[in-house]
Design a protein around this ligand. Structure first.
Ligand code: MG
Length: 182
């Protein structure tokens, strides 16, 4: 099992859409960024890449690359899911928190969870997205920006194979490889 953490902040600015967890939320400001600036999805992507020690989103989706200008972060998340698959990782669960004074996010959280789960081919109950304020303190409290943090748990597929062999009594009986791996 491998654990990863992610953290991100974007500035709130007029004339931008507010996209969080792939949901467009009615608000007078939106988050500023090269992509759609979906801060919670960015934190989740960094936790996933971090757990696999595969760098961060800045390396995979550089903000100097026009391909990612205005890009959907949910599409980027699906790509992170494919990268993890290629490296033989399974996602066990994700927990995350959006830190924003306003707007009220509770009504949108179920749809955000569904969007993230679908992009990563997970069940919705493997994805938790919560929201909190910082009691009007700091840059989130003043409404200058929104922050997000995430943790996740990955399972290397090789661990599953090994566990299975141990649980089943030490080998499939068909080859000598199993015993050697144990
Ligand atoms: Mg970001």
């Amino acid at each position: 099992m491998r654990v990863g953490t992610g953290y991100d902040v974007h500035r709130l600015s007029e004339g931008r859409k507010l996209i969080l967890g792939g949901v467009e939320i009615p608000f007078e400001k939106g988050l500023l960024g090269h992509s759609d600036a979906d801060v919670i999805v960015h934190a989740i992507m960094d936790s996933l890449l971090g757990a696999a020690a595969l760098g961060d989103i800045g390396q995979h989706f550089p903000d100097t690359d026009p391909a990612w200008e205005g890009a959907s972060s949910i599409a980027m998340l699906a790509q992170v899911g494919r990268i993890l698959e290629e490296h033989n990782y399974m996602i066990e669960n994700i927990d995350s928190t959006i830190i924003a004074q306003r707007p009220k996010l509770m009504p949108y959280l179920p749809q955000m969870r569904e969007n993230v789960a679908r992009a990563l081919k997970l069940e919705t109950d493997q994805v938790s997205i919560k929201a909190t304020t910082e009691e009007r303190l700091g840059f989130t409290g003043s409404g200058e920006g929104i922050a997000a943090q995430a943790v996740c748990c990955l399972i290397p597929l090789m661990d599953l194979v090994t566990d299975d062999i141990v649980m089943s009594g030490g080998g499939c009986g068909g080859c000598s490889g199993c015993a050697e791996r144990i």
